[in-house]
Structure formats: structure tokens, C-alpha cells
Design a binder for this molecule. Structure first.
Ligand SMILES: [Mg+2]
Length: 120
């Protein structure tokens, strides 16, 4: 079986680093980081990731808009929405769009690994 491809969409390079550190030892393959929703859509149209770790608050296009686009095209797209605690309204919106996986930021490496593993 090939490696599962993970796309991190976040305007912070630190989050990418944390995800890479947590998931690479588990055998996942990290695609180049997308820094906003627009870059995410461009990236996905070129190469389909198996799972997307998606920040909500980003410039240009936020994570909710990007998730909405992706799920409209492919309702099976696996997206883990990552948000800072307290973004209750944003989480409600994300659920309405159809995102089923959530992770609070900041997250522990094992929380991320569990969230990704629970998808497969
Ligand atoms: Mg952000």
C-alpha cells in the first residue's frame, strides 16, 4: 500500500512543522504546505491528498470556504478542521458544511495521530 498523503493548509509554518513531526514517523507523506484556502484548492486539483489538515482563519480564502468547495465536489474528502478553542460558531458552521473531524489548536502529537488514524 502506498503512503497516505497529508496536505496541511495553515497560514502558520509552525503548524506544518508540528504536523510533519507528528505524522512522518507514523509513515504519512506530507505534501508541501498550502498557506490559504485558495492554495489548497490549487494543490488539490493537481494532486489529491488522502487527508487535509485545515486551519479555519487564513488570509485570501479561509478554511470554511475551502472546505465547502472541496466537499461540494467530493463529499468523501477527508478534512480535519483545526481551530483555536472558543471558535464555537466557526465549528458549527464547519459542521453545517459537512466537515466531520475536528481538532483543537494547540494539539498534542498523539491527538493529531489519533484524529488522522480514526479516518482510515
Ligand atoms: Mg490561521
Amino acid at each position: 500500500m502506498g503512503q497516505w498523503k497529508v496536505l496541511v493548509v495553515d497560514d502558520s509554518p509552525l503548524v506544518y512543522k508540528a504536523v510533519k513531526k507528528a505524522l512522518e514517523p507514523e509513515g504519512f507523506l506530507l505534501m508541501d504546505q498550502a498557506f490559504n484556502g485558495r492554495e489548497c484548492l490549487d494543490r488539490v486539483s493537481v494532486q489529491l491528498p488522502d487527508v487535509i489538515i485545515m486551519d479555519i482563519t487564513m488570509p485570501v480564502m479561509d478554511g470554511l470556504q475551502a472546505a465547502e468547495h472541496l466537499l461540494r465536489k467530493n463529499s468523501q474528502m477527508k478534512i480535519i478542521m483545526v481551530s483555536a478553542m472558543g471558535d464555537e460558531e466557526l465549528l458549527k458552521k464547519a459542521k453545517r458544511i459537512g466537515v466531520t473531524n475536528f481538532l483543537n489548536k494547540p494539539f498534542k502529537p498523539e491527538e493529531l495521530v489519533n484524529a488522522v488514524r480514526s479516518i482510515f
